[in-house]
Design a protein around this ligand. Structure first.
Ligand SMILES: O=C(O)CCC(=O)C(=O)O
Length: 276
């Protein structure tokens, strides 16, 4: 799936659309399990907060705009566990990272019909900062995307500028990390519409966002984060948690020894679950 041209494109633009990674049969299995997870585990709420909401939506829309989300689907569903540890995807990511590949997290984002949550321009780095940029986010598409349902959009080459300071608090308190709306505009981005079963990969530093879903159907995708296992996380979502290896082997590096076998703490209470 990844030859020299794709690798060059990814390195140059900071993102890459890979069509047809998952078969219809695989997507059907993921769809079926997702329906169960939606009833049993997923949450729907206002999603990301912050002053960007008023810049993106009028006040009536803003009140109605919601996001359905769930972290780490692979811990709840065998079909999703198989999908995110796919040998094919792992090999592609191994070429893009030029390294072994470790799964870091998976996160469901559903934009409900009609006023489904837009995303302000941001880098994913502030949500799960790592020592460097050897980290790829992969959007697994459950639905075809287009302008009307809020396809993913990127600022090409923006990863090359490094980490950009994000707005993380206002007078009212903390808010979801995002870039200033007047300098980073969705209008200046390139749309990357994709089909069910496609993935869109992007560098943890690539600036991206998406418009509201104005259609009468939900727009469903799952973001999966993968890293070079040598790239150490410093804070944020799922920090300190080792991930499954999806390509190659974990380098020993400076590790004093293998992972501890001590009991992992139980899942966080609902009120502690992060928004991203
Ligand atoms: O779901 C979307 O449209 C955008 C998702 C996003 O920005 C992210 O996962 O970082």
């Amino acid at each position: 799936m990844i030859g020299p041209a794709e690798l060059e494109k990814y390195n140059e633009l900071g993102y890459l659309h890979i069509p047809g990674v998952f078969t219809d049969a695989e997507m059907d299995a993921m769809d079926a399990d997702l329906a169960v997870l939606l009833t049993a585990w997923a949450q729907t709420d206002m999603g990301w907060n912050g002053p960007w909401r008023k810049a993106y939506m009028d006040s009536e829309t803003e009140k109605q705009s919601k996001l359905t989300h769930l972290h780490d689907l692979h811990l709840y569903s065998a079909a999703w566990c198989r999908a995110v540890t796919s040998r094919k995807l792992g090999a592609a990511l191994g070429i893009l990272l030029n390294a072994s590949v470790e799964l870091h997290h998976t996160t469901l984002h559903i934009k409900p019909p009609s006023t489904g949550h837009p995303f302000p321009m941001h880098q994913d780095y502030p949500f799960y900062p790592h020592t460097d940029e050897r980290y790829i986010d992969v959007l697994v598409h459950l639905d075809d995307t287009c302008h009307e349902n809020g396809e993913i959009r990127f600022l090409p080459g923006s990863h090359k500028a490094g980490y950009l300071p994000h707005i993380t608090e206002t007078e009212a308190g903390e808010c979801s990390p995002h870039l200033p709306t007047h300098t980073y505009r969705l209008e200046d981005t390139i749309a990357v519409p994709a089909k069910r079963g496609d993935v869109v990969c992007f560098n943890i530093l690539t600036v991206h966002g998406s418009y509201i879903n104005s259609t009468d159907q939900p727009r469903r995708l799952v973001r999966c984060g993968y890293r070079d296992p040598d790239n150490v996380q410093t804070s944020g979502q799922s920090c300190g948690r080792p991930g499954l290896m999806v390509h190659g082997t974990r380098p020993r590096g400076n590790a004093p020894g293998p992972f501890s076998t001590e009991i992992i703490p139980p899942p966080a209470a609902v009120s502690d679950v992060e928004q991203e």
